[in-house]
Design a protein around this ligand. Structure first.
Ligand SMILES: Nc1ncnc2c1ncn2[C@@H]1O[C@H](COP(=O)(O)OP(=O)(O)O)[C@@H](O)[C@H]1O
Ligand SMILES: [Mg+2]
Length: 355
């Protein structure tokens, strides 16, 4: 039996009217990487903050590295690393100085702190930039420095809260490689993400979270078996004949086809998409139907959501935002964004509902 490094049972958390966590159960086995996949507002950061002892749950239990997060927070803190924990990566210090400072805070001793900083700069491809002030770093470099800072104390368990949100594709891939290296070296990792592709690539197991609950859990293959590895999107010119098209295509689908009532777009989860595409076209043509749009793509978080909940991730997010209007702090800034453990605010993924 694998040893669990992280366990959560029935975690609940309310913020006033908002039920951020409605009973989260989760296990991360030692040395594995679990991806917590969910849209904005699903409860990912709240769960991570509870596991990292930064927030007390209203109900439920959790352990990290064998220690109870509520009764043994110091032991938990000694075992973990959290990205964004030192969100105050000091802009005016160099990358090296930032890492040495974390080492000093952890009482590593001068020599050991220096060595560890050098080692991490090398491992994260920051040696060239190591002696430049952090304010000159790109977003991707900053994220790597933040991750490096969380590793100074060689944590057994690492929490990565949306580590690649807002990064450009090249930086995202570079960060994935770093995370894969950590996983290979035996670090237990809990990573939250909004990207199915990211969970797919990195995670041994994926927990899909929505509305403060885990709504599906399994390996990427298990989830895809429920979903199909590919998705065909299709729109018929004569919208009135959409049901007829669905009738023709249903037996090609890996799961129930869905129709977006507003656009008439048919979404067909399939296995072996490339092979099936030709058959889709044959059947549609054969019935004298005209195609307005046809595409084949890998399932996105939105497709997973559609398959699991019957509504899109965007709709889930919008529903939550309406229930809990964006919180504004001083000067009208979103407080929620600052509370997440990301290093940079990421406006690209924030859906504002204008009332
Ligand atoms: N400090 C807070 N005060 C009030 N509501 C909050 C606070 N933090 C989070 N929430 C709400 O709790 C829910 C879950 O948030 P969060 O855990 O940040 O989700 P995620 O990280 O998945 O985007 C959201 O509806 C969010 O608006
Ligand atoms: Mg978050």
């Amino acid at each position: 039996m694998p040893t669990p490094a992280v366990t959560a049972e029935g975690l609940e958390k309310r913020y006033g009217e908002v039920r951020a966590l409605a009973g989260v159960d989760l296990t991360v086995d030692e040395g594995s990487l679990v991806g917590v996949l969910g849209p904005n507002g699903a409860g990912k950061t709240t769960a991570v903050r509870i596991l990292a002892t930064l927030l007390r749950p209203d109900a439920g239990r959790a352990t990290v590295a064998g220690h109870d997060v509520m009764t043994e927070p110091d032991a938990v803190r000694a075992a973990i690393g959290l990205t964004g924990q030192y969100a105050a990566v000091d802009e005016n210090l160099t990358g090296r100085e930032n890492l040495e400072l974390v080492g000093a805070l952890l009482h590593l001793g001068r020599r050991a702190a220096k060595d560890r900083a050098g080692e991490l700069l090398g491992a994260f491809a920051l040696d060239d930039a190591g002696d430049r002030p952090a304010r000159t770093y790109s977003g991707g470099m900053r994220r790597r420095l933040d991750l490096a800072a969380s590793l100074v104390g060689r944590p057994a368990v690492l929490f990565l809260d949306e580590p690649t949100t807002g990064l450009d594709p090249a930086s995202r891939i570079a960060l994935w490689e770093v995370v894969e290296g950590l996983r290979r070296d035996g670090t237990t990792i809990l990573l939250t993400t909004q990207y199915l592709e990211e969970a797919d690539r990195l995670a041994d197991r994926i927990a899909v979270i929505d509305g403060g609950r885990v709504i599906a859990e399994g390996t990427s293959t298990e989830l895809k078996d429920r979903l199909g590895e590919d998705v065909v999107d299709l729109r018929i010119v004569d919208a009135a004949r959409t049901p007829e098209a669905i009738g023709l295509l249903r037996e090609l689908a890996a799961a129930d086809p869905r129709v977006d009532a507003a656009t008439g777009r048919i979404t067909l989860p399939v296995h072996h998409g490339a092979g099936i595409l030709a058959e889709v076209v044959r059947r549609i043509d054969g019935a004298g139907l005209e195609v307005a749009e046809l595409s084949l793509h890998r399932p996105s978080l939105d497709d997973v959501f559609l398959a699991l909940t019957g509504r899109s991730a965007e709709a889930a997010e919008a529903a939550r935002e309406v229930a809990a209007p964006p919180r504004r702090g001083l000067f009208g800034r979103r407080r929620g964004a600052a509370a997440t453990a990301n290093v940079e605010p990421v406006p690209a993924v924030t859906t504002e509902v204008t009332a």
